[in-house]
Design a protein around this ligand. Structure first.
Ligand code: SF4
Length: 406
């Protein structure tokens, strides 16, 4: 009997061994292909700073100033309108068609010698990636699904208004912060975006020419991908880059120790802190990040800096029915923010599946706004935009799954 069991076991093991060997071979082959890919894949120019472009040119045996010329072609197109007005072509319903052609062609960069253009094109590509899908709200807001370089996808939201057009960009695939009220938090963390991935959401946006403001309030926590967020904002604001004013860019954060301080000191962009509750225990339930850096610590840090000038500091406050819309919360917000030059934006909550939170009613939101305003905190109630598509925030991503692009 024991012998029979042993034979059966041996058989199982040998089968598993065969499967293991087969999987190992496939795995090795896949890795070899991936390595081949790394060796043959062209590097994207989008997302490189002027200094990196100059260095790359030197490595290819070109003069360093060619790097500065490339920066002009990519980031401000030599001021000659070389860049297309966007990559997407749209059908009658405003839906973006995929597989659109890339308009920025290295061969057309006329102030670089033909030989150097060819050499450059051998090793690099501009690196633009058109959106894969879109959803349009009846109020004109459009949610795009953009591919990123790690083969995943992120959402980007275009919000047109009468006299401005804001783009809400993502900086990570998913997010580690796991906020209770957020669909992205439920997705978990699936990778960092490169500076090029962040900029591509702007560059490959069909409405790019209409943009007036950019907010880093999409998927991910900017302080958790700080190097790439700082690099992307540097390229957006540098004279050799897109030369945007940092006052047209807002970066949001839940508050991450050390990183928030670094951002305040290294960037001039506006800052928006996700507040959502002034009470430690409750905020920790809504936002686990409170346990890493409490809102009291965040505010304590902010009080060391001057936000009374052009640089704006705001606090985002999603108002949940019966949860954080009481007079006690109003008093606590005033206590917390006293002495800070800031504004508060009250935001309606758009329900997400499996989360039993509801948005507060209009009257309670107005009461909260009026109380804060009366106590010297400039407070607005944000207009709801794209509710019909935000109601399923993260769903455009989920619908597509997480295919790899290779
Ligand atoms: S709200 Fe922001 S920080 Fe929180 S889980 Fe969602 S994306 Fe991350």
């Amino acid at each position: 009997m024991a012998q029979e069991v042993s034979v059966e076991k041996d058989f199982d093991i040998s089968e598993k061994y065969c499967t293991f060997v087969r999987d190992f071979k496939i795995g090795t082959r896949k890795r070899m292909n991936a390595n081949d890919d790394i060796l043959t894949k062209k590097r994207p120019l989008l997302g490189m700073t002027e200094e990196e472009l100059r260095q790359a040119c030197k490595e290819l045996g070109m003069p360093a100033f060619t790097g500065s010329q490339i920066a002009k072609w990519i980031y401000n197109a030599n001021g000659n309108g070389n860049q297309d007005k966007g990559l997407g072509t749209k059908d009658n319903e405003g839906k973006v068609n995929v597989n659109v052609s890339v308009p920025v062609d290295i061969a057309s960069w006329s102030n670089i010698s033909k030989k150097n253009r060819e050499l450059l094109a051998e090793h690099y590509e501009v690196g633009l990636m058109a959106p894969l899908d879109s959803q349009k709200s009846k109020d004109g807001t459009i949610k795009y699904l953009f591919p990123v370089s790690n083969g995943k996808m992120v959402e980007t939201v275009f919000i047109p208004e009468k006299d401005r057009a804001t783009l809400c960009v993502s900086c990570q695939v998913g997010c580690k912060m796991n906020c209770l009220f957020c669909q992205t938090g439920k997705q978990g963390f699936e990778g960092q975006l490169t500076a090029g991935d962040i900029l591509n959401q702007i560059y490959s946006l069909p409405e790019r020419e209409r943009l007036t403001n950019i907010v880093f309030m999409g998927q991910g926590e900017p302080m958790d991908n700080l190097d790439n967020v700082l690099k992307a904002t540097q390229i957006l604001t540098a004279k050799w880059g897109m030369a945007w004013s940092p006052r047209r860019i807002t970066v949001s954060s839940v508050g991450v120790k050390d990183k928030l301080k670094r951002f305040i000191e290294e960037s001039e962009c506006h800052l928006a802190i996700s507040l959502h509750s002034p009470i430690h225990e409750q905020r920790a339930q809504l936002m686990p990040a409170e346990k890493g850096m409490s809102i009291e610590e965040v505010v304590g840090l902010l009080k060391n800096y001057d936000f009374s000038g052009q640089r704006r500091l705001s606090f985002e406050y999603i108002v949940f029915d019966g949860l954080n819309d009481t007079p006690t919360h109003a008093r606590e917000i005033v206590r917390l923010l006293s002495g800070l030059d800031c504004r508060v934006n009250l935001i309606r909550f758009h329900s997400i599946p499996d989360v039993p939170l509801k948005t507060s009613d209009e009257k309670k939101m107005e009461n909260l706004r009026d109380y804060l305003t009366k106590h010297g905190i400039f407070t607005t109630i944000r207009a709801s935009r794209g509710q019909d598509i935000f109601a399923a925030c993260g769903m455009l991503y989920s619908k597509k799954g997480t295919p790899t692009l290779s």
